[in-house]
Design a protein around this ligand. Structure first.
Ligand SMILES: *Cc1c(COP(=O)(O)O)cnc(C)c1O
Length: 455
């Protein structure tokens, strides 16, 4: 390993350090999640919504294994940062949170994606988990489960304000109000909330997006008025995702639901850098080079030969591929390669490589394979001081150009997707290791983590 290899993570103990080296022996790549960053991002979001002395609560959205960061550690760090709600898509994830010991006194939990005919409503009601209701079918099944449980189901009425996905339309709601009122009066339903979801992130430069959001807000208010006319007054209302939490104080209502912001990213990089919003990307994805060698000019790299080296150069293998969730669409084609013949280059996903002259940005060169990809070092490894076993970073907290440190947004650009997909796609062949866990969590909460994951 070269002297200037990437800095090692912060260890809380000798055991933490041992865990790190054990993970490196077993996995060629590691995702290091900074729980202090997650806590601080949540603190910041809590601060943002309460700036004007309001009393808005914050839900940490931890669906999809906390956007790939790990459900339980992330949820606990979000609570440490002041979240009082947690949100999951699937019922199973909500139940896992309760099973991990996060009781109703610590966090209300809302879950919203299921097949209403088979969803474990009884179990969810028993576990004191709030349910989204968006169809009359769900309403009937929730009511049946609540009767069986002998306690009211806490529900949030989801309304479709223009997303076109889940939620009652005006017409559906009109048909459902009779049952809603009857079930509430019977004591089967506790109508906690009215909620909806926004379709476009507020890129302030995009007038059409801003207008769409305005239209959704107007419909949301109209739903409130219609519910009130029917005698239904939910205790809380919520609409804001990360983008609206950061940029639209007028729709914070009683609760906001940031997801991507908790992980340190903006919904739309057009909004500006995470730093500008007081956020810090929590995940660093790193790997150790499994091979470094010299090749001739005009050597084809990887499947399909879409990348040919320009000069004699060194190439290195990064041992992660699409089976680990590295997007194949982040492959890199060179002007000399097949795509180049059509006059097009395609910059591959960025990788930070430490050379003896400091960090340099290299890129995926050729197609991403199942378990690995190649980077052209654009120079000789000996001169650059790059060797087998060196740690490289695919993305990290994004400390700016001076550090040559890519973010998940940079990978999203290379793969033609969004940061959300970059981290949710990372599979279980990449261990999640937690930095600053002992600073953020108390002994009780620490005991809820896999001990081998604590650095
Ligand atoms: C995912 C999700 C969120 C969080 O959205 P972000 O853009 O990640 O902040 C909020 N509400 C609902 C219903 C969601 O599905």
């Amino acid at each position: 390993m070269t002297a200037q290899a990437l800095a090692e993570p912060h260890f809380s103990s000798l055991q933490g350090e041992a865990n790190y080296w054990a993970a490196r022996r077993h996995y060629p790549a590691q995702a290091i999640v900074d729980l202090a960053a997650i806590r601080d991002n949540m603190r910041h979001l809590v601060d943002v919504v309460n700036r004007e002395g309001g009393a808005t609560a914050v839900m940490g959205v931890v669906k999809a294994d906390a956007y790939g960061h790990g459900l339980i550690p992330t949820a606990l760090a979000a609570l440490a940062g002041g979240a009082t709600w947690l949100g999951t898509a699937q019922a199973r994830e909500a139940l896992l949170l309760r099973r991990a010991g996060i009781g109703p006194d610590r966090a209300r939990i809302l879950t919203w994606v299921n097949n209403p005919l088979e969803a474990p409503y009884r179990e969810l009601i028993d576990a004191d988990i709030d349910l989204s209701v968006a169809t009359t079918t769900a309403l009937e099944h929730i009511a049946a489960a609540a009767r069986e449980a002998g306690r009211p189901a806490h529900v949030h009425i989801k309304v479709d304000t223009g997303f076109g996905r889940n939620g009652f339309t005006f017409e559906n709601l009109h048909e459902a109000t009779g049952s809603l009122v009857a079930l509430r009066d019977e004591g089967v339903l506790d109508i906690v909330g009215q909620w909806s979801h926004l379709a476009v992130a507020d890129a302030p430069s995009n007038a059409d997006f801003v207008e769409q959001t305005e239209a959704q807000i107007a419909r949301f208010e109209e739903f409130t008025a219609r519910l009130a006319d029917a005698g239904i007054e939910p205790r809380i209302r919520h609409l804001a995702n990360t983008a609206a939490t950061l940029s639209r104080p007028q729709i914070h209502y009683d609760l906001v639901r940031p997801g991507v912001g908790l992980y340190g990213y903006e919904a739309d990089p057009d909004m500006g850098s995470p730093e500008r919003y007081g956020l810090k990307p929590a995940m660093t994805l790193q790997a150790q080079l499994s091979s470094v060698k010299d090749v001739d000019a005009h050597s084809g790299l990887s499947y399909g030969r879409i990348y040919l080296t320009e000069d004699r150069t060194s190439v290195a293998i990064v041992p992660v591929g699409y089976a680990d969730g590295i997007h194949r669409s982040a492959s890199g084609a060179d002007t000399l390669g097949a795509l180049g013949e059509r006059g097009r280059t395609m910059p591959g996903g960025p990788v930070r490589v430490m050379t003896k002259d400091g960090p340099r940005l290299m890129r995926v060169s050729g197609r991403v394979c199942m378990d690995q990809f190649i980077i052209d070092l654009h120079g000789m490894a000996d001169d650059l001081g790059v060797s087998i076993g060196d740690t490289v970073a695919l993305f990290g907290p994004g400390r700016g150009e001076r550090y040559c440190e890519p973010t998940a947004d940079d990978w999203a650009r290379a793969a033609d997707t969004i940061s959300y997909e970059i981290f949710t796609c990372l599979r279980n062949r990449i261990p999640r290791l937690y930095e600053h866990a002992t600073d953020v969590l108390d002994a009780d909460d620490l005991s809820r983590l896999d001990p081998a994951s604590i650095l």
